[in-house]
Design a binder for this molecule. Structure first.
Ligand code: SPD
Length: 313
């Protein structure tokens, strides 16, 4: 068929629903492991460059990762204003910590990652993403279960960034999209603290799941908002949910944002500026309606679950 010549012999099949499957071609498998927690592939895609796939779900690629990491991190740090202590949960590839360290006010960027095997593989293959950020004296990596670490140690974090894989059945992330976990995080925030989490795709038929997470966050935090960005390796626009202990600037003035970023941030931003933030803070009507009109919450007894290779059938 004209224009449809395929140039890969190996494809990763990502299940969006039970009958909607997307394929990304793999030019080279750089590393494959079944770790204690998940199945990991580090691959080279001709289209997106080197990437990380966990349990059949694409997590990041060097070509488009900024479309995810910048809105995830900078929206939260901007809303805080002067973040010093930032906790990143998950984020094995290091893209989130790399962005956190661009804020000059940050004195501690601590990452808690459950899977040391995945972290080490990312260190080896995804240098374009982590850019050596863990060598920065302000950065620290710790290995453990985020829920357990926070319940045991609490903390006084200015911002908590949850850079998690999807809540697949039996996956390490499933308990972390629940009201109980959000409550634990809220208790670990310093006054004025901000919490942000990837919150699933925002287009039908997935928007109910996104709305459920946003609504659940609204039962824990006084101030919440939600936004999304489009990262092509995820196939669908991916949502984020944010909770805050102080009012959020949901109608940002671009010039004012740019002036703050010029003072506060060192290093290049490719996605995030005042105009981009104004767009992020303007979710479309159908999505706002979904959040406002639904009722279901995500709890440990009945957590949000996404479809994927981890789903029991
Ligand atoms: N459906 C995939 C969503 C991936 C979110 N996590 C990405 C981690 C990148 N640091």
């Amino acid at each position: 068929m004209a224009g449809s010549k395929l140039t890969c012999d190996y494809w990763i099949t990502e299940y969006m629903t039970e009958d909607d499957v997307h394929l990304h071609g793999v030019a080279e498998m750089l590393e494959f492991k079944r770790t204690e927690y998940q199945e990991m592939s580090i691959v080279r895609s001709k289209t997106f460059g080197t990437g990380l796939v966990l349990d059949g779900k694409w997590q990041t690629t060097v070509r488009d990762e900024f479309l995810y990491h910048e809105p995830l991190v900078h929206t939260a740090l901007y809303q805080h204003g002067a973040p010093k202590r930032v906790l990143v949960l998950g984020g094995a590839d290091g893209g989130a910590v790399r962005e956190v360290l661009k804020w000059k006010s940050v004195t501690n960027a601590v990452q808690v990652e459950i899977d040391e095997v995945v972290f080490n593989a990312c260190q080896e293959h995804l240098g374009e993403i982590h850019q050596g950020c863990f060598q920065n004296p302000r950065a620290e990596i710790r290995f453990g279960d985020a829920f357990e670490v926070l319940e045991k140690e609490g903390g006084s974090w200015d911002v908590i960034v949850c850079d998690l894989s999807d809540p697949l059945e039996d996956s390490p992330a499933m308990d972390l999209f629940t009201r109980e976990f959000f409550t634990t995080c809220r208790e670990a925030l310093a006054p004025g603290g901000v919490f942000v989490i990837q919150a699933g795709p925002v287009t039908p038929p997935f928007d109910d799941g996104h709305a459920r997470i946003v609504r659940t966050l609204g039962t824990v935090f006084e101030h919440t908002t939600h936004f999304f960005s489009c990262t092509p390796t995820y196939v669908v626009p991916l949502g984020f949910a944010m909770g805050s202990l102080k009012p959020l600037d949901t109608d940002p003035e671009p010039a004012k944002v740019d002036a703050i970023l010029a003072q506060s941030v060192e290093g290049e931003l490719k996605f995030f500026d005042g105009i981009a933030l104004r767009g992020l803070m303007s979710p479309p009507k159908y999505l706002r309606d979904k959040v406002a009109n639904g009722e279901s919450l995500s709890t440990l007894d009945d957590p949000a679950r996404y479809t994927g290779s981890g789903v029991k059938s």
